[in-house]
Unconditional design. Structure first.
Length: 367
């Protein structure tokens, strides 16, 4: 496979030095920044994540900061999730939609103050959309990208590692809440969250200069807990039904198609730019939706394009992510399936690069 040529446009992260020292073997590009994808092997990284603890460079989850008197108004304009009861110190998973109700991003919103928010984004140029909305509506708000880079500690031993560095107060942080905790004289947002189902934290590291000192401190504290450098794991992500923007959903999909209807309070999210379109979608219901799909047979190859889901000669959906799961001894996948075949137990065929495979639709994911 051809190599990606490095340049200033492909941004390194505050933790790249540590990632390279840990023996990273593969990257992808995410928000024009390097995101590690494998250290030992995808399978070995998967097993270790479930059994111990890992340190992830997820600086590519860039922040869009909203600051000013109209910050909260702008945040509500971006999402159909009702934010009126959200408190300072909370994190919300929020679908971001355009004027047609199509998904633009599925970030985490971090409420720092009544007039200050971070939007921790998935892989799309959301900053430009947010700036456009703010300018077009003449809002009194500053929109920019701060020097803040997330560092994740994930796995069943994450609490112990974090307590060694930040103190036992970290154990009291509830899921999707954050606290301001100090490291090297600087306070950082520390949230109980992360892109895995194994538990853990995301540290929003304030200032590039603090990146490697914190990386080194966590790696040193983690030695007693078998810490390794890691990264979001493809197999575990699919098992848990964690969607990937750009892979499993795009602006062609509504939140309801993505199974995110529970995060849409369309009737009460007054001001959301996609509200009218989503009211129609909510009333009519989706005709296709994300489902777990078990693909039978030998290990499937990497899924780098959509694989058609067929019933006879009729296409009823697509597979967007797939991998072999060692724990469940089957191929796990994420698919968008038409309502005629999205029920539990529906038998379908999937056209993979390795040939046609029998598959079964599931209503729930594996973990």
């Amino acid at each position: 496979m051809a190599l990606i040529s490095l340049s200033r446009r492909l941004r390194r992260t505050p933790f790249s030095e540590g990632v390279e020292a840990a023996g990273v073997k593969g990257y992808t590009v995410y928000n024009r920044m390097l995101l590690p994808t494998v250290f030992r092997s995808v399978e070995e990284d998967y097993r270790h994540l479930k059994e111990a603890v890992q340190l992830w460079d997820v600086a590519c989850e860039r922040q869009v900061e909203l600051r000013g008197p109209d910050a909260t108004r702008l945040m509500q304009m971006l999402t159909p999730r009702d934010l009126r009861n959200m408190q300072v110190g909370q994190c919300y998973y929020v679908p971001i939609v355009d004027e047609t109700g199509g998904m633009l991003n599925d970030p985490v919103a971090v409420k720092l103050a009544e007039d200050r928010w971070w939007i921790s984004i998935a892989d799309s140029d959301l900053l430009l959309w947010v700036k456009g909305i703010a300018y077009g509506y003449r809002l009194d708000v500053l929109v920019d990208e701060p020097d803040v880079s997330p560092l994740a500690v994930q796995g069943p031993r994450a609490d112990d590692v974090m307590a060694d560095v930040f103190g036992d107060a970290v154990r009291d942080i509830r899921f999707f809440r954050f606290a301001m905790l100090e490291f090297n004289g600087r306070k950082h947002v520390v949230a109980r969250s992360g892109y895995s189902k194994q538990g853990g934290f995301e540290i929003y590291v304030d200032g590039t200069e603090n990146g490697m000192p914190l990386w080194n401190a966590l790696m040193e504290a983690g030695k007693a807990h078998d810490i390794h450098a890691g990264c979001p794991n493809l197999i575990e992500r699919i098992e848990g039904g964690l969607l990937s923007y750009g892979n499993d959903m795009t602006d062609d999909n509504t939140p309801h198609e993505c199974g995110l209807g529970k995060f849409c309070n369309t009737h009460s999210a007054i001001g959301c730019v996609g509200r009218d379109a989503l009211l129609r979608v909510a009333q009519e219901g989706p005709v296709r939706q994300i489902r777990a799909v078990e693909i039978h047979g030998d290990k499937v190859p990497p899924c780098d394009r959509l694989w058609p889901i067929m019933v006879g000669d009729k296409q009823v959906g697509n597979i967007s992510s797939a991998a072999y799961s060692p724990d469940f001894a089957t191929n796990v996948s994420i698919g968008l399936v038409r309502m005629t075949h999205w029920d539990e137990g529906s038998e379908v065929d999937v056209i993979t690069p390795a040939g046609v495979r029998a598959a079964t639709v599931r209503e729930t994911f594996w973990i």
